[in-house]
Design a protein around this ligand. Structure first.
Ligand code: NAI
Length: 307
């Protein structure tokens, strides 16, 4: 079987100084990609900064015969995002792959959450994806080639106590992906999202030790690399991945009910049909807003108009 390679490709991995980002960067570099290893080098709540983390990973890549440069900018400012992309263009001439991975945690029950906890977490996870991906997307459009991976979380997709700021940011990335999929399609830019689980400093006190041992970040990176490869044509999909498990997650919509819009749309009619409203038998995915709205919401009106 031929090996999937990244020779001639330039990848940015944000937050690549440790955990998952480091594993993604090492794998891509080992298959020939030139890698920008970005990391602010702060603590897990986003305070502080140092060059150490990114430098060590660049050294590891070079020691193994790969090519990499370090970048120490924060993804949480537009200037930082632009500087990260500039590092790739200055060092390697372009950017083909962006792995948005940088992340912090500020967990607190919602009623105790401060505005700063909210703002900092959204700035790194959500605005960070905008800050880095937008300047990269512009380069990718010019080159008619790009692969983008966003890092969401099951916490955002399914919910997790004490993570309202984090979950809101992580779910918002799926909205971003859905639009970038459409806007990137003409330019061969594919955008996918992962919801990983792995042992890292973010999960060291959350998952029990016997599980942590089996949840190596290296078990997440092959999916990330595959989604970043030229041969992968997937775009707009969400994958849950960790410990050897890989599966697609989808947003689906049920068949619902159609109430008579002239007479029947009352509170009591909603009560009467609520079980049917909630029934997911025959549920399906939609390609985009137009697909959903014409297939479901407008379908009765269009059918009546045609009769
Ligand atoms: P980690 O803490 O080891 O890695 C995050 C990296 O991002 C750190 O090296 C940190 O220095 C860097 N970083 C933080 N703020 C930054 C900024 N403003 N600019 C640049 N770099 C910054 O944690 P882990 O687990 O490897 O997390 C990677 C991503 O995966 C995060 O987005 C996290 O939310 C996500 N994730 C991880 C899960 C897990 O089970 N480990 C579960 C679900 C999502």
């Amino acid at each position: 079987m031929n090996e999937i390679r990244f020779d001639g490709r330039v990848a940015i991995v944000t937050g690549a100084g440790g955990g998952l980002g480091r594993a993604h960067a090492l794998l891509l570099a080992s298959r020939g990609a030139k890698v920008v290893v970005n990391d602010l080098g702060g603590t897990r709540d986003g305070t502080g900064a140092s060059h150490n983390m990114a430098d060590l990973v660049v050294q590891e890549i070079r020691n193994a015969g790969g090519e990499a440069v370090a970048n120490y900018d924060g993804v949480d400012t537009l200037a930082g995002g632009e500087a990260i992309v500039r590092t790739a263009v200055d060092a390697f001439g372009k950017v083909d792959i962006v792995i948005n991975n940088a992340g912090i945690l500020r967990d607190r029950a919602f009623h105790n959450l401060t505005e700063e906890d909210w703002d900092r977490v959204l700035a790194v996870h959500l605005k960070g994806a905008f800050n880095v991906t937008q300047p990269a997307f512009r380069v990718m459009r010019q080159n008619s080639y790009g692969r983008v991976v966003l890092t969401s979380s099951a916490s955002g997709i399914y919910g997790n106590f004490g993570q309202s700021n984090y979950a809101a940011a992580k779910m918002a990335l799926i909205g971003l992906m859905n639009v970038l999929e459409l806007e990137g399609a003409r330019y061969n830019i594919k955008v996918n999202t992962i919801a990983p689980v792995a042992a890292s400093r973010l999960t060291v006190d959350v998952l029990p030790p016997p599980i942590l041992e089996r949840m190596k970040p290296e078990l997440v990176s092959p999916l990330v690399a595959y989604l970043s490869s030229e041969e992968c044509q997937e775009s707009g999909s969400i994958f849950t991945v960790g410990g050897g498990y890989i599966s697609r997650i989808a947003i689906i919509e049920g068949n619902g009910v159609f109430l008579d819009s002239e007479r029947e749309v009352t509170i009591e009619a909603v009560r009467r049909s609520f079980l049917q409203v909630k029934d997911m038998a025959g549920a399906r995915e939609f390609a985009d807003l137009n697909d959903e709205i014409t297939t479901r919401v407008f379908s009765r009106i269009m059918k009546e108009a045609a009769e």
